[in-house]
Design a protein around this ligand. Structure first.
Ligand SMILES: *Cc1c(COP(=O)(O)O)cnc(C)c1O
Length: 374
C-alpha cells in the first residue's frame, strides 16, 4: 500500500451509522478546504439546497447544518425551538425518544413524556387527548424510525393530530431521512433532524435540521446554548452564503456532497428505499429460516434495522456470536430494549442483497450454541 491508497475495510458495518460508505465517498476527503473561501461555501450551499429539496417540494423550508453527531442536531433543534414560556411533549418508545426527554430535562425546558412502551407505537388517541388536556404544550417531538427496535412510528397520523391542534412538530428522522420517502410538509413537520452518517451514506461529523423558515424566524434569542444556537447558525449560513459560525467539518461536508450525488445516481430516495427493503426482506427471511424471531410484527418494521430476539439457549452469548461474525467480515449491533434480550442487524449503507446472502451464510456458520464440541 502506498501512502495515497486507503486500506480495504476489514468488515461490513451492519449498524445504524456510522455505516459502510463507498470508496468514492471516502476518496473525495483527500484534499483540504479553506473554510472561508467561496469554493467551500458553494459546496455548503449546494448541500443545504439538496437537503431541503429531498425533504419536500413545498417552498418555505430551509436547511441548517450543525457540527457534531445526530444528537447535537436534536439538541440544537429542541433547545432553540421551544421558548421559555413553552412546553414540550415527547412521544417516546425507545432510547432515542427518551434521549429527547433527557435533553429537555437537562436544558430546563418544561416537558412531558408520553411513553408507549418499546414494542408499541404511540397511540394517536392518547396523543390527541394529551394535547387537548394540556394547553401549555406548544411543541411535540417524536422519532420517525426508533432505532432501538427498528420501529417505524406513524408520523403522518401524529403530525395530523399535532397540526390540527396548532402545535409545532419536531421529528427526529435521523435513521430514516434519505432512506424512506417522507415529505416534511405533508406530515406537518416544522423541524426534521438527521445526520451525515445515516441513509445519505456520508461519514460522521455533522447533523442537519430542515426547518420551516417561518418557524425558525421566531426563534431568535431562544437558544440555551451558544454553539447549539440553531437560529444563529442559520443566520450566519444565510447571510454569509454558506459560512459556518465555528470551524466546520470540511472533509466530511465534501464527502457528504459526493454521497448526495451517489444517492441521485442510484435513483433517489425511492430507489434507495427499495434496496434497503430488499436487504431487510432477504435478512428477515433468511434469519427466520434459521430459527431467529424478529422482535416486531411486520407492519411496524422499518427497512433500516431489524431487532431479533436472542436465541433462548443457555450457550448463546452475544459477544461470542458477534466475534465470530466479525471474523467473517460482518459487524452487527447489540440490542437496546430494556426488558428483552435482543440483537440488531442494520440493512442501510453501501450494503446490497448479495452482501446479505453472504451474511446469512456467515450466521449459519456462527451458531455455536447449536453445534457440538465448539
Ligand atoms: C443515530 C440516531 C441518533 C443520533 O445518534 P448520534 O449517536 O448522536 O449520532 C438520534 N436518533 C436516532 C433515531 C438515531 O438513529
Amino acid at each position: 500500500m502506498n501512502s495515497t491508497e486507503s486500506p480495504p475495510n476489514p468488515y461490513l458495518l451492519l449498524t445504524p451509522g456510522p455505516l459502510t460508505t463507498t470508496a468514492s465517498v471516502k476518496a473525495v476527503m483527500m484534499r483540504d478546504w479553506c473554510t472561508w473561501d467561496e469554493d467551500y461555501h458553494r459546496l455548503v450551499q449546494a448541500v443545504r439546497r439538496d437537503l431541503t429539496e429531498l425533504a419536500t417540494a413545498e417552498p418555505g423550508f430551509t436547511t441548517v447544518l450543525m457540527q457534531g453527531s445526530g444528537t447535537f442536531g436534536v439538541e440544537a433543534a429542541l433547545t432553540t425551538a421551544v421558548p421559555r414560556e413553552g412546553k414540550l411533549l415527547v412521544l417516546a418508545n425507545g432510547a432515542y425518544g427518551r434521549r429527547m426527554a433527557q435533553i429537555a430535562e437537562r436544558a430546563g425546558i418544561p416537558f412531558r413524556a408520553l411513553e408507549s412502551g418499546e414494542t408499541a407505537p404511540p397511540d394517536i388517541d392518547r396523543v390527541s387527548a394529551a394535547l387537548q388536556a394540556e394547553a401549555a404544550i406548544t411543541h411535540v417531538a417524536v422519532v420517525h424510525c426508533e432505532t432501538t427496535t427498528g420501529m417505524l412510528n406513524p408520523v403522518e397520523d401524529i403530525g395530523r393530530a399535532v397540526k390540527s391542534s396548532g402545535r409545532v412538530f419536531i421529528v427526529d428522522a435521523m435513521s430514516s431521512f434519505g432512506g424512506i420517502p417522507l415529505d416534511a410538509a405533508a406530515i406537518g413537520a416544522d423541524y426534521l433532524v438527521s445526520s451525515a452518517n445515516k441513509c445519505i451514506q456520508g461519514v460522521p461529523g455533522f447533523s442537519f435540521v430542515v426547518a420551516r423558515r417561518q418557524e425558525l424566524e421566531r426563534t431568535k434569542g431562544r437558544a440555551r446554548s451558544l454553539s447549539l444556537d440553531l437560529y444563529d447558525q442559520w443566520r450566519t449560513m444565510e447571510d454569509r452564503h454558506g459560512k459556518w459560525r465555528f470551524t466546520s467539518p470540511t472533509h466530511v461536508v465534501r464527502a457528504f456532497y459526493q454521497a448526495l450525488q451517489e444517492l441521485a445516481a442510484e435513483g433517489g430516495v425511492a430507489a434507495r428505499h427499495a434496496r434497503y427493503r430488499q436487504n431487510r426482506d432477504a435478512l428477515v427471511a433468511g434469519m427466520q429460516a434459521m430459527g431467529f424471531a424478529p422482535l416486531l410484527p411486520p407492519a411496524w418494521r422499518s427497512p433500516i434495522i431489524t431487532a431479533f430476539h436472542s436465541p433462548a439457549e443457555p450457550a448463546y452469548d452475544f459477544k461470542r456470536f458477534y466475534g465470530r461474525l466479525k471474523k467473517q467480515g460482518f459487524v452487527i449491533y447489540p440490542g437496546n430494549v430494556t426488558q428483552l434480550d435482543t440483537f440488531r442487524i442494520g440493512t442501510i449503507g453501501d450494503v446490497h442483497p448479495a452482501d446479505i446472502e453472504r451474511l446469512l451464510t456467515a450466521v449459519a456458520a456462527s451458531m455455536f450454541w447449536r453445534q457440538r464440541g465448539t
